[in-house]
Structure formats: structure tokens, C-alpha cells
Design a protein around this ligand. Structure first.
Ligand SMILES: NC(=O)c1ccc[n+]([C@@H]2O[C@H](COP(=O)([O-])OP(=O)(O)OC[C@H]3O[C@@H](n4cnc5c(N)ncnc54)[C@H](OP(=O)(O)O)[C@@H]3O)[C@@H](O)[C@H]2O)c1
Length: 314
């Protein structure tokens, strides 16, 4: 087990599905001081009921609202500065939504699926970057949904629109906003890996199709039935998983002492070559576009955020 001392692990989306399974494993292993971000006070109360108030730190953060992300990051950075929380050893950007076929709702003039799945987690990581410790691990949960071989899912291809246009309310239908945002997580991981200190590890993680989670909540009745009644039969097939299995592998990644630094792409329980759907150049473009939309400037972030390559941290 990796020795993390009093280091903190920031986890989004602990209330359900993959994040819930990972939170359970982390709370049992005790390998980090666990910090769970949840969308509102009701969710916080639910999490306290499950994990208690002593060992876990809770912060309200609605990822559909960028101002909420800024407030949560300020609260966390202040807690680290004051010594109430140990330095941040890991950030797991797991929360996500699939809006179903409904047009995505909008807040602050931006499509909420694009914000929740892509812009807000990126902003959160940016604002927390000054509090990241040496050998930090950054995980962004993506999806294989942009993979063309998944034609049978009925999902469209990711949009080729510039990000600012793709984020306009109504520009993309719900399923396309989902796949576009999820491919974006893969690109952003590539961009992070070009910039983070050499001793950090960045993981772009596809947990596989996990039919039992809440990700279907906004889908129509037929799709929900398909996931619950049919796809659950394939849980042991290639490309499918359960939240427990995918969380188990992720827990190993976060807690093993010998995780190689650098960039990795993994699906369910193994490392894989980089998906052909992404490229280094596309990653650079998206990184800058996302910084602009989220209002990220040099004074808010660690020096490496705006440098391509930097020396290892002390
Ligand atoms: N299930 C699959 O087949 C599958 C496949 C590939 C990738 N993924 C990815 O895996 C990750 C976890 O999804 P899951 O399948 O475990 O789905 P899930 O059960 O629906 O969990 C999603 C989590 O995200 C949180 N969340 C959603 N919107 C939020 C917001 N505005 N602010 C804060 N938290 C918010 C939810 O909180 P609430 O409880 O408050 O709603 C919940 O904890 C997602 O990134 C998803 O895209 C899933």
C-alpha cells in the first residue's frame, strides 16, 4: 500500500455508482484523508450518514455552476494552507452526467453537460494545482463512448465544433454533448501530462460500461430498461464492468507505491495504448479553449499550468 501520510484525496461524484464504490474502498483502506465533493447540503448529509463526520471532509460543489467550483476550491486551498487538511496527493475527477435526449439545461450561458463533465472539473484541478503535493496522482474519468466501434450504442460522434460553440446552450443534443465532453477529458489528460511535474501521474480512465449506475437517470424508459435488464447480463464481457470492479482497479492505481509517473490511459482493469480518437495537437487546442471558457489565468494556478514541461518538484 502506498504511504500517503496525511495527504488528501479529492473525489467528486461519491454519492453514486463508480465514485460511491471508490469512496467505500478508500474509506476502508484509509490510505488518504478523503475529501468528498457533493452537489448540495442534502447530498452532504447523506454522505455523512454513510461515512461519518470524523474521518472524511465534505465540501459542497455543484459542478454545473462554475462559481460553486471556485468557492469549493477556495475552501479547500484555505484548509490546506491552514493545516486543517494535508496537502493534496490525489484528485479524482469522476462526477459526470448524461443528460439523455433532452436538450441540456444551461447555467451561466453554458451547456450544463459540457460544464459538469469537462469545464468544471478542469477548473477545479486548475484552482487546486497550487495545493498539489509531490508525486500527485490526477485521474479524469472519461468513457469509451466516443469510440466509433460503439456504433451499437446509438451514440453520435463527438462534435468537431470549437469548444466555445459546443458549449453554447442547444448547440449539441444531449448524447452528443456527453460524448464530446467525454472525449474532451481524454484530450485534457494528454495536455496535463505535458505540463505536470515529472513525478506526477495522470490517468485518463475509462471505467467501461457499468449498467447499474445512475448514469442512465435522464435517459428514456427504453434506454434505462436496456441498461438494467439487458446490459447487466454482459457485465463479464469485454468492455463491460461493475462499479466495484472498476473502482477496485482505480483504488490500486491510487494507493500502490509503484505507480509509474507520467501519463496513462486505462480501461476497467488494464493499461491500454492511447485511443486513436485523440491527438496531442487537439489536446493543446482544447486545453487553451477550456482555460479561456473557465476564466483560468496564471495568477490562479501553479506555475506548471501554463508551462509546457517543468522540472520535477522537490
Ligand atoms: N456507467 C457507465 O456505463 C459509464 C461508462 C463510461 C464512463 N462513465 C463515467 O463514470 C463516471 C461516474 O458515473 P457513474 O456511472 O458512476 O454515474 P452515476 O451513478 O450517475 O454517478 C455520477 C456522480 O456524479 C455526480 N454529479 C452529477 N452531476 C453533478 C453536479 N452538477 N455536481 C456535483 N456532482 C454531480 C452525481 O451526484 P448526485 O448523486 O448528486 O447526482 C453522482 O455522484 C462519470 O464520469 C461517467 O461519465 C460511466
Amino acid at each position: 500500500m502506498r504511504r500517503t501520510g496525511n495527504r488528501s484525496l479529492i473525489l467528486t461524484g461519491a454519492t453514486s455508482g463508480l465514485g460511491s464504490a471508490l469512496a467505500q474502498l478508500l474509506s476502508v483502506s484509509g490510505s488518504y484523508r478523503l475529501v468528498m465533493l457533493c452537489r448540495n447540503e442534502r447530498r452532504r448529509a447523506e454522505l455523512i450518514g454513510r461515512f461519518g463526520a470524523d474521518d472524511v471532509h465534505y465540501v459542497v460543489c455543484d459542478l454545473a455552476v462554475l462559481e460553486s467550483v471556485r468557492e469549493a476550491a477556495a475552501e479547500l486551498n484555505n484548509a490546506v494552507r491552514a493545516g486543517d487538511l494535508g496537502p493534496i496527493g490525489s484528485v479524482v475527477l469522476n462526477a459526470g452526467i448524461h443528460p439523455g435526449r433532452r436538450p441540456g439545461s444551461a447555467y451561466g450561458g453554458l451547456d450544463s453537460t459540457m460544464v459538469t463533465n469537462l469545464i468544471a472539473p478542469h477548473l477545479l484541478l486548475a484552482l487546486l494545482s497550487p495545493s498539489l503535493d509531490a508525486e500527485a496522482r490526477v485521474v479524469f474519468v472519461g468513457s469509451g463512448a466516443h469510440d466509433r466501434r460503439r456504433w451499437w450504442t446509438g451514440l453520435p460522434e463527438p462534435s468537431g465544433l470549437p469548444l466555445a460553440q459546443a458549449c453554447l446552450p442547444g448547440a449539441l443534443g444531449g448524447p452528443q454533448a456527453y460524448v464530446t465532453s467525454k472525449r474532451g477529458t481524454v484530450e485534457l489528460c494528454r495536455a496535463y501530462s505535458e505540463r505536470v511535474p515529472d513525478d506526477y501521474a495522470v490517468l485518463s480512465y475509462d471505467p467501461g460500461i457499468m449498467p447499474t449506475t445512475g448514469i442512465t437517470r435522464n435517459m428514456n424508459g427504453l434506454s434505462r430498461w436496456l441498461f438494467r435488464s439487458i446490459l447487466t447480463r454482459f457485465e463479464n464481457s469485454e468492455g463491460f464492468s461493475t462499479p466495484e470492479r472498476s473502482a477496485g482497479w482505480l483504488h490500486e492505481f491510487l494507493t500502490r507505491g509503484d505507480t509509474a509517473p507520467g501519463l496513462a490511459y486505462a480501461k476497467i482493469d488494464r493499461y491500454l495504448p492511447w485511443p486513436t480518437a485523440s491527438s496531442t495537437e487537439a489536446a493543446r487546442v482544447l486545453y487553451h479553449e477550456t482555460n479561456e471558457i473557465a476564466g483560468i489565468t496564471a495568477g490562479l494556478v501553479a506555475p506548471w499550468w501554463f508551462e509546457a514541461g517543468c522540472p520535477p518538484s522537490d
